[in-house]
Design a protein around this ligand. Structure first.
Ligand SMILES: [Zn+2]
Length: 401
């Protein structure tokens, strides 16, 4: 069965261009077609082109001149937790600085929560993301920090996405405060063994107050030996070794990148590690924004993601992150939409999402707006009219044509 989606004012495809050797497999550079149409067949994009030359299809949807984007790819989120930290946020806005240790209050609440409660909270947030156009999301553990609590966290995450990340090395839990090396051994040993079967990724919070360079290297090496791919929380709270550790480990992504040295930028530009920027964190912690222009101008692949979590940034809105990236980090509207779709796909090493080239998974966002610029141009406005995931209408509504 095929569906023709037509009368699209602007169709952002980010489609790979045949013969473009500068672009790795998966999404290509920012690309869009005006007055476009798209055909979905068996959950995949079967055709894109001008609306004036559409092929026949079984069903038809008329977009009324509105814009269609690839579904957002949120490559960094922490959705498995209990409790909330609005009081900490309020205190921070009143002048208390953010520190990694705040994670521990969520750890205490998460350990106490029932399985059903953890699952319900994660599902609610994933549904909230989907309604806002996020069709691929990554989800981390990291608020359990015992073998059993991390195992159930990755199991809950696996119920909402295939992009599950084991983040036992999020912070040293209070019971290991006197012996952090023993905690690293636990993470690299029994905890990893319990979690690896349910996960695709290994992550470590490489930061002062969390884990140092050698500890991070040990965690990533153990994860790789267990068949997981690497990603790193790097350089969020200050300059540090996180980015270099990520590049050296061949990580798919170094996330945050708020404080970068020239050596960090050079390493990212020379390697294959994506810089994933999380502007909602800077917004919600009142930190300076990363120098995204420096990264882009150096040729680094940049993604943007929400970091949705109860402490440093509790937004699930990729549209807000696009608006912040444009306003505060000086990305162009095209760069920001690319980073929120194709960039996220690169950060997850996915070739099937983040673009709408022929053969891509038919993950589409219909905006109540005529162009890709609107999420930044109309910040905070719910512009997502409909969302398709793998060709199925998953949220919103479309007029019968
Ligand atoms: Zn994070």
């Amino acid at each position: 069965m095929s569906t023709l989606i037509t009368n699209i004012g602007e169709l952002v495809t980010n489609a790979p261009v045949a013969g473009d050797d500068a672009v790795p497999a998966g999404p290509g550079r920012f690309a869009a077609i005006a007055d476009a149409a798209l055909v979905v067949e068996d959950g995949r994009v079967a055709w894109t082109g001008p609306a004036a030359r559409v092929p026949a299809a079984d069903h038809k949807v008329d977009c009324g001149g509105r814009a269609v984007l690839p579904g957002f790819v949120d490559s960094h989120a922490h959705l498995v937790f209990d409790g909330e930290r609005s009081a900490e946020f309020a205190a921070r806005m009143a002048g208390t600085p953010y520190r990694a240790g705040g994670i521990r209050s969520t750890v205490a609440a998460t350990r106490k929560a029932s399985d059903g409660r953890l699952r319900a909270n994660a599902f609610r947030l994933a549904a909230e993301m989907l309604r806002q156009g996020t069709t691929t999301l990554e989800c981390k553990s990291g608020y359990g920090l015992t073998v059993d609590d991390e195992r159930r966290s990755v199991t809950v995450a696996a119920g909402i996405t295939r992009e599950v990340t084991f983040l036992g090395a999020h912070v040293v839990p209070p019971e290991f405060e006197a012996d952090p090396a023993a905690y690293v051994d636990l993470v690299c040993g029994p905890m990893l063994a319990a979690c690896a079967p349910h996960a695709r990724w290994i992550d470590v919070f490489c930061e002062r107050g969390a884990f140092g360079a050698d500890e991070a290297r040990a965690v990533l090496a153990a994860g790789r030996a267990a068949g997981l791919m690497a990603r790193v929380h790097a350089n969020q709270l200050g300059p540090g070794p996180g980015v270099l550790v990520a590049v050296e480990a061949g990580a798919a992504s170094a996330d945050h990148c708020t404080y970068l040295t020239a050596a960090d930028v050079d390493a990212l530009a020379a390697g294959a590690t994506v810089a994933t920027l999380l502007p909602g964190v800077e917004f919600s912690t009142r930190q300076p924004y990363p120098d995204a222009r420096r990264l882009l101008d150096a040729g680094v692949t940049v993604a943007i993601a929400t970091d949705c979590n109860p402490g440093s940034c509790f937004t699930s809105s990729m549209s807000l992150c696009i608006a912040l990236a444009v306003r505060e980090m000086r990305l162009t509207t095209q760069e920001a939409v690319w980073a929120a779709t194709a960039g996220g796909a690169r950060a997850l090493r996915r070739a099937d999402v983040g673009h709408l080239g022929v053969g891509a998974r038919a993950d589409l966002v219909l905006l109540d707006a005529p162009s890709h610029a609107y999420p930044a141009y109309r910040p905070g406005v719910p512009l997502v009219a409909a969302v398709w995931r793998a060709g199925e209408l998953a949220a919103g509504a479309v007029p019968a044509a």
